[in-house]
Design a protein around this ligand. Structure first.
Ligand SMILES: *[C@@H]1O[C@H](CO)[C@@H](O)[C@H](O)[C@H]1NC(C)=O
Length: 477
């Protein structure tokens, strides 16, 4: 029963992660490469989060679709031994660093990495360093028995924080000490300031690097001091090409994502919230200038319309596949068109309960421009795959020619290589747009089929209700 109680307990704690204190301890390390720094035209900056896909199905999809479509990275679910169970969140309750998870074996992981590399796709692994399991006892996915604070042969009771609050749980989200040394929903909190813990976590990281992993998504990074993450990352050889860190922060919070920008990118959940609000009645014209000085800067931000937590209303709320009036798709189009941050596209599944694990035995399956067997395959949607081509083509080109004549209508260009029009209004939007594009006939990458003529740099058209048009120089008719 503890099992289910834990999932329920996780929701309110993550949702109320909003505090009030100025930030401090800004790091200025620049010795770890960020994908953002490599985001030049011709590069492939778009990440797909293939949530809960087993590794064999990730490999097949890299070959069949992901590589040819031009995505740069797949982010896969955690590979280590975890507690047993069908729920998705078992992944985040680590039992050992044996690479035997519900997503596959060590060999499956290695084969997936090699297959994706052969398709031109890099692999980002969701990595849990902050904590072990939260349940009292059990047997993990590789057959190891454990009790809370004892995970033989890796950890014993001396390797954990006991912060002294009731249940050792975080109670004061404004306390840096509590957030970083108490337990997040009972998850046993590793003493990452100690040499023993750092050395073993680095050995786990190096095991991933030895298999050819390209980058890491660091789960619960906010719950580890930056000094501890820096120390562990510094021991990795080779260095990850890309790191993104889960730091859920609101304006005024004690711990800010910008503190972590010296290590790698930071997931900017304020962007996710701003997008949800803008597309849900707040007005997308607000997106012309929507960041503030506390947000992680664009070069270090990793952004998404939704991830596995937010689509369930966890960690932060967001749009999701059930959002009305095509807003989820339109927001993903904006995410891939706008220059702020490195974009991640969530590829997930339908569920009836927020705890539900993967459908179809974890074998991801897509067909044509969509998903089958319970999978959504957002990465195959014509608009999203088309906008990945747009992002690859426009690279770091400047945002140009912004117009927003009313609150739910925006259009903007990227240099003279791309132009997007988003109409989140309940009436069609007829206008003549100054695109900056070379004259010619372009195929709209949202529909994948309609052709538009740019003449004298201008496009005269009517954008349907709650729809979009995106043209770029890599998609001329
Ligand atoms: C758009 O142009 C392409 C390339 O010329 C063509 O194959 C396609 O049929 C056109 N689409 C429509 C809807 O006419």
């Amino acid at each position: 029963m503890k099992f289910f109680a834990l999932a329920a307990a996780l929701l309110p704690l993550l949702i109320t992660d909003a505090n009030a204190f100025p930030m401090s301890n800004l790091e200025s390390r620049t010795d770890y490469a960020s994908i953002a720094a490599r985001t030049t035209p011709g590069d492939k900056p778009v990440i797909i989060q293939l949530f809960q896909w087993n590794y064999a199905s990730v490999a097949a999809e890299c070959t069949e679709f992901i590589g040819p479509a031009g995505y740069g990275y797949v982010q896969v679910s955690p590979p280590t031994e975890s507690i047993s169970g069908s729920q998705w969140w078992t992944d985040y309750q680590v039992v050992s660093y044996t690479l035997t998870s519900k997503h596959g074996s060590r060999d499956d992981l290695k084969n997936m990495i090699d297959t994706c590399h052969a398709a031109g796709v890099k692999v980002l692994v969701d990595t849990v360093w902050n904590h072990m399991a939260g349940i009292d006892s059990g047997t993990g996915t590789a057959g190891d028995s454990f009790t809370h604070y004892s995970y033989p042969p890796t950890w014993d009771t001396s390797n954990f924080h006991y912060c002294g609050t009731p249940g050792n749980d975080i109670q004061d989200w404004q306390s840096r000490t509590q957030v970083q040394t108490c337990e997040l929903s009972n998850l046993a909190d590793l003493a990452t300031e100690t040499e023993t813990v750092r050395a073993k976590l680095a050995a786990f990281g190096n095991d991933l690097m030895s298999l050819g992993v390209d980058g890491l998504r660091l789960d619960a990074a906010k719950h580890m001091p930056t000094a501890d993450i820096s120390n562990i990352v510094g021991r990795l050889n080779p260095q990850p090409q890309y790191i993104t860190q889960e730091v859920v922060a609101g304006d005024g919070d004690t711990i800010q994502g910008s503190e972590y920008a010296g290590i790698g990118d930071v997931q900017e959940f304020r962007w996710t919230t701003a997008i949800q609000k803008a597309f849900s009645g707040g007005g997308i014209s607000s997106l012309q200038s929507f960041t503030d000085s506390q947000w992680t800067d664009s070069a270090h931000a990793n952004v998404f319309v939704a991830n596995h937590d937010t689509e369930r209303g966890n960690a932060a709320a967001s749009l999701n596949v059930n959002s009305p009036s095509n807003t989820y798709t339109l927001a993903n189009i904006f995410a891939l068109a706008h220059p702020y941050g490195t974009p991640t596209v969530l590829s997930s599944y339908t569920y009836s309960s927020v705890d539900d694990g993967a459908p179809n035995g974890g074998t991801g399956s897509c067909y044509g421009a969509g998903g089958v067997n319970g999978w959504l395959c957002q990465h195959r949607w014509t608009a999203i795959a088309g906008m990945t081509g747009f992002r690859n083509t426009v690279g770091s080109a400047a945002l140009t020619n912004w117009v927003s004549p009313s609150s739910d209508r925006i259009a903007f260009g990227r240099g003279n290589v791309g132009f997007v029009i988003i109409n989140n209004d309940d009436a069609a939007w007829g206008a003549t747009f100054t695109t900056g594009l070379p004259d010619g006939v372009y195929t709209d990458v949202i529909s994948g089929s309609a052709n538009f003529t740019v003449s004298g740099g201008q496009l005269k058209t009517a954008v349907p209700i709650r729809d979009a048009i995106a043209l770029h120089v890599g998609a001329k008719a």
